[in-house]
Design a protein around this ligand. Structure first.
Ligand SMILES: Cc1cc2nc3c(=O)[nH]c(=O)nc-3n(C[C@H](O)[C@H](O)[C@H](O)COP(=O)(O)O)c2cc1C
Length: 320
């Protein structure tokens, strides 16, 4: 059983240390461990070229055109049964490198897309999909903040797991963390995160792991949250009273009873649409394909070409 520790903090800072505490626990539980500080890697931003997804759906695999350390990192992640991921909180959410990682996962690491691409490759003799991309994996997150401004970090973390449909075992927040190494309770919490992650990863290695519908299964040890489906705490509240869970995309209403919030939604209608589920990914994929087709047709018209030209001719981007 392999556990990979990833930290997005400064070298030997709070994130590295808590990540290593969880790795110590995983090692105690019998895991083979490895540690990477992702800020030390050369990871470029996604440019949005979509070459990876075009490759996927035409049987040519899911390679990214950018040449940097990202594929090395993805290989390390794919080789692990479990990942413990510590990232500093920047502006209440994940730091830039976390967002870049999410973008570089993008459509190429989406489990639904990969399942469709595997079928295309099998039927048409294309490049086979790396089977590691479709393997179950568990991940635990630690958001480490210098203060208590932290309202979006857990949602950002869940969004990373959602693309490859990796199962979240824990998703914890550590506030006021600059002197966290002197906080025995926090260190014990990080240790427990490592033990719980290793216990779930062992099930993957043993073949006894039972995946959930989406990114949560029976091994989840994180906060209860407010969304009864994905345990999310972030909601997009619309003016008409509709509430949308920012993680899984289920829609319903927010109620307040007995001193706490309840998110009520029609499970029969929305769970098949959940962003983290295979069924939800297929529905989203179909919507995108339909829209791509319509947009391609519309953008091929003379009127669309003329409108595009107007903006191209108006001004070119400045460069340093
Ligand atoms: C650009 C920047 C933005 C930050 N924003 C937040 C924030 O919104 N909330 C918070 O709790 N801490 C914030 N911090 C503090 C970092 O989370 C803290 O420095 C980091 O977790 C320290 O981890 P390290 O020792 O592993 O580098 C911010 C720090 C930086 C540099």
């Amino acid at each position: 059983m392999k556990i990979l520790g990833l930290s997005a903090g400064t070298l030997n800072g709070a994130n590295d240390s808590l990540c290593k505490e969880a790795l110590m626990a995983a090692k105690e539980a019998g895991a083979e461990i490895e540690f990477i500080n992702i800020t030390k890697l050369d990871i470029k931003h996604c440019t949005g070229c979509k070459a990876c997804v075009m490759g996927l759906f035409s049987g040519r695999g899911n390679a990214c055109v950018l040449r940097d350390d990202m594929q090395w990192l993805i290989d390390k992640m794919l080789d692990a049964d479990g990942i413990v991921y510590a990232a500093p909180i920047f502006e209440q959410c994940g730091p830039g490198i976390h967002h870049t990682l999410m973008d570089r996962f993008g459509p190429r690491m989406d489990r639904g897309n990969l399942m469709i691409a595997r079928k295309i490759a099998e039927e048409n003799g294309g490049k086979p999909i790396d089977p590691r991309c479709l393997k179950e994996k568990v991940i635990s997150f630690m958001g480490i903040g210098g203060s208590d401004w932290a309202t979006r970090i857990q949602c950002d973390f869940a969004s990373l797991a959602l693309t490859p449909k990796w199962t979240i075992i824990d998703n914890q927040l550590f506030s006021w963390s600059l002197s966290i190494l002197m906080n025995d309770e926090a260190i014990a919490k990080a240790h427990q995160i490592g033990l719980d992650l290793a216990a779930a990863a062992k099930k993957i290695a043993d073949g006894t792991f039972v995946p959930g519908h989406g990114i949560i299964n029976e091994d989840y040890r994180g906060p209860a949250g407010v969304c009864p489906y994905c345990h999310g705490k972030n909601f997009y509240l619309e003016e008409n009273g509709n509430a949308i869970c920012c993680t899984c995309g289920t829609e319903g209403v927010m109620k307040y009873e007995d001193g706490r919030y309840f998110f009520e939604f029609d499970a029969e209608k929305w769970i098949p649409h959940a962003h983290d589920s295979i069924s939800g990914k297929f529905i989203h994929g179909d919507d995108i394909m339909r829209n791509e087709g319509e947009a391609r047709e519309l953008m091929a018209t003379d009127e669309a070409k003329a409108r595009k030209q107007k903006y191209r001719d108006f001004i070119a981007p400045s460069k340093p």
